[in-house]
Design a protein around this ligand. Structure first.
Ligand code: NAI
Length: 456
């Protein structure tokens, strides 16, 4: 099939390359000439494992090309709209300006019988409201995307489920279903569940899924605080409750909370849209989840200050917390999650920034996010290796759970820093191994002492 993907960011570039790998003839369109220039040369302008390979395979097979000209998409039978839907400046609502502009620019170029498929995350009611922008030249359906950055290719090629939100008119709804089935034939052949729904349900499926994940993370983080206050251990607790198939262990990782370009803005937009509809219950639930989540960042900073103030000879601030001025803090991780270089609303970056504002000498490392951080936060000092960041540090903070940090050798690192204080804000290290190597290990809601000592 001939496919266009409008908007070639984290979602669109992956979708374009994945569709080309399935044998479709794909053109990616983006208004950002820098991003497009990189993609045209086969370079991925962000970190996504496996994407560069897929991109170059599609381009050398002649099935994938990129353009800044929407007119070049004119021959496509199916157009996927994957542009950004950020939080509106000064409000919680989604800014739909980019979706509207994309649909407006596409409308004059639509071939007869073409189908337009929204993939961006939008508030419920968007497809119905924006369909007239296509001026009756094509049907507008919604096919939300559930991929996770860091696993985006696998999630696109082997999704958990496909959701089609089609229009009310039975004949064109059926036509849309048939075209989408053709696009996703390889996925459907593996038996992936496909839910054909109305557009409103499809739009709501996406925001509800993200809202549920956000609630799950904030739930375990709220429980982590009770663990911290009572000496219980939130990781053991999550293992235990996660065995209940109704709950499940995933997304029960207590720590610094969620961030990124999706969950935070999506829950706020969901609440705002529900309020517009006169339904505030989901909004109040999600506002609390958001509040708990944002509070994790400050809590991590406070825990660090408390831990530093208990070190021999430490200075304290007027509020009794440890004085961070002049303290060298090794920050491990800046991306909002591992296997991504995305720093949009990154909890790690926000903690690093707060520490610097409080006067700490922050020395940060991240395996992939540093180029973006150097542009967004030039005041932060970034180094090339985790070891370099840790040398001589008064404290080590793990803020993103990259595998290379989980695999650090605490004994080797202990030799490079006399202070040996580690705050594992992602609860991803092995406390026993770090303590055995002489570190004062602190997590968020984890045992202050080794479990063996408590059980003995
Ligand atoms: P992004 O900001 O990385 O990419 C959006 C791209 O669209 C940019 O390159 C921008 O230049 C381009 N664009 C904007 N207006 C355009 C126009 N009129 N014509 C052509 N290109 C245009 O955003 P990202 O992360 O790819 O997200 C896109 C949408 O997908 C959002 O609604 C997001 O919520 C949703 N989504 C994102 C996921 C992710 O993991 N990043 C996962 C699932 C959904």
């Amino acid at each position: 099939m001939r496919i266009s993907v409008i908007g070639c960011g984290y979602l669109g570039a992956v979708h374009a390359a994945a569709m080309a790998s399935q044998g479709h003839d794909v053109i990616g369109i983006d208004v950002d000439p820098v991003r497009l220039g990189a993609l045209r040369e086969g370079r991925v302008p962000f970190h996504e494992p496996g994407l560069e390979q897929l991109l170059s395979e599609g381009m050398s097979a002649g099935r994938l090309r990129f353009s800044t000209e929407i007119a070049d998409a004119a021959t496509a039978q199916v157009h996927f709209v994957a542009v950004n839907t950020p939080q509106r400046l000064g409000g919680d609502e989604a800014d739909l300006g980019y979706v509207e502009a994309a649909l407006r620019s596409l409308a004059p170029h639509l071939a007869p019988g073409a189908l337009v498929v929204g993939k961006s995350t939008v508030p419920v009611g968007t497809a119905r409201r924006l369909a007239p922008l296509l001026a009756g030249r094509a049907e507008l359906v919604w096919n939300p995307e559930f991929l996770r950055e860091g696993h985006a290719i696998d999630d696109t090629l082997r999704p958990d489920r496909l959701v089609y939100g089609v229009g009310d008119e039975p004949e064109s709804a059926e036509r849309a279903r048939v075209l989408l089935d053709e696009v996703y034939a390889p996925q459907l052949a593996t038996g992936v569940p496909r839910i054909v729904a109305d557009r409103e349900t499809a739009e709501l499926v996406k925001v509800s899924a993200n809202a549920f994940l956000a609630l799950k993370i904030s739930f375990i983080n709220a429980v982590a605080d009770v663990c911290a206050a009572t000496g219980a251990d939130v990781n053991l607790l999550a293992d235990a409750i996660g065995h209940d198939a109704r709950i499940g262990r995933r997304f029960l990782g207590a720590g610094l909370g969620f961030g990124g370009g999706c969950l935070p803005k999506d829950i706020r937009a969901f609440g705002a849209r529900a309020a517009e509809l006169g339904e505030d219950a989901i909004g109040s639930l999600l506002r609390e989840a958001d509040r708990i989540n944002l509070g994790r960042r400050h809590r991590a900073v406070e825990l660090l200050r408390t831990a530093l103030s208990s070190q021999p000879g430490a200075a304290t601030s007027v509020d009794g917390g440890g004085d961070l001025r002049g303290r060298r803090i090794a920050v491990l991780g800046l991306a909002f999650k591992p296997d991504s270089d995305d720093i949009r609303d990154s909890p790690a970056l926000s903690v690093a920034t707060e520490l610097a504002l409080l006067g700490a000498e922050v020395v940060a490392h991240d395996p992939h996010a540093v180029p973006k951080v150097r542009i967004a936060r030039p005041e932060l000092t970034c180094v090339d290796t985790a070891d370099e960041a840790v040398v001589g540090a008064d404290a080590v903070l793990v803020l993103t759970e990259w595998r290379e940090y989980r695999e650090l050798d605490p004994a080797a690192l202990a030799a490079t820093t006399p202070a040996r204080l580690v705050l594992d804000a992602r609860n991803c290290l092995d406390p026993a191994a770090w303590r055995a190597a002489g570190w004062d290990y602190r997590g968020l809601g984890r045992h202050e002492q080794p479990v063996g000592a408590l059980v003995a």
